[in-house]
Design a protein. Structure first.
Ligand SMILES: CC(C)(COP(=O)(O)OP(=O)(O)OC[C@H]1O[C@@H](n2cnc3c(N)ncnc32)[C@H](O)[C@@H]1OP(=O)(O)O)[C@@H](O)C(=O)NCCC(=O)NCCS
Length: 232
């Protein structure tokens, strides 16, 4: 789809014969966490090296984080389900935020951070202080990059299960998120993408994002991409 006048109207393309984009529910969070872990395997390997925790422990950590995002911004979290003979399968998700700084504040003042720290200290998440240090450094780099940008709205996380890629699901989710942000009067949107993630860069560029800068974390470079959705 070209960058034409209606590219931001995500609601128009949310239905398809085979799959549907709709708001996520708490019951979707385990599958969202699972999809995150399978889609971002290289981040997990980078964070934990050879010391990768048990999958159940990792799932619990990731699920706790997505549950926080969902509780705080339930209308900014979508999933895609695909119908098949055994019922419905979650094959994609997207979460966006109108204000990342506010979200961090909610994590602190809403007591989430304390609960995560307690679980970490009890060993529930299965990772050590070295991995925690990397996670914290990465979050701080991410936060600093957000803080000094006038583009407060953010595409936080997007993934489509490998088997279902290249069918337009990623684009449908992204346009849904952009349409929501526009309804919230958040027209300037930002995201970060690894420079080597060509499928994601292609998708973002074709939806009107362009490169605005570069930031880094312990895993390497992030390209900062922005879109001003008032333009069209
Ligand atoms: C990025 C991602 C969400 C795209 O999802 P998707 O459902 O495959 O995307 P779509 O089918 O909507 O395709 C969107 C565009 O990207 C293009 N694209 C998809 N895979 C591609 C690839 N491997 N190489 C180049 N372009 C690709 C499609 O051709 C399409 O462009 P077009 O309409 O001009 O042809 C998916 O690849 C993914 O989940 N990757 C792993 C997680 C990830 O990297 N998330 C983004 C983090 S910033």
């Amino acid at each position: 789809m070209k960058n034409t006048g209606n590219i931001w109207q995500g609601d128009r393309i949310s239905h398809h014969v085979d799959w549907q984009v709709h708001l996520a529910s708490p019951a979707d969070m385990p599958q969202v966490a699972d999809l995150f872990l399978t889609s971002f395997g290289e981040t997990i390997t980078h964070l934990y090296g050879t010391n990768i925790p048990r999958k159940e422990a990792l799932l619990e950590a990731v699920q706790d984080f997505f549950t926080f995002l969902h509780r705080e911004t339930p209308r900014a979290f979508w999933v895609t389900h695909k119908r098949h003979e055994k019922g419905q399968k979650l094959c994609g998700y997207l979460v966006v935020s109108t204000d990342l700084i506010l979200l961090w504040k909610r994590a602190i003042w809403g007591g989430y951070l304390l609960r995560w720290a307690a679980k970490f200290l009890r060993g529930t998440y299965g990772f050590d202080f070295r991995a925690l240090g990397r996670i914290l450094i990465n979050k701080i780099s991410f936060w600093r990059a957000s803080r000094f940008q006038p583009y407060r709205a953010q595409i936080l996380s997007l993934a489509v299960a490998e088997h279902y890629r290249c069918q337009g699901i990623g684009r449908a989710l992204l346009l849904k998120g952009i349409a929501y942000l526009r309804r919230q009067n958040s027209f300037r949107i930002k995201l970060e993408v690894r420079p080597w993630n060509k499928p994601a860069m292609h998708l973002y560029q074709s939806c009107g994002f362009s490169q605005a800068g570069v930031t880094r974390d312990t895993q390497g470079e992030w390209l900062i991409m922005i879109a001003d959705t008032r333009v069209k």
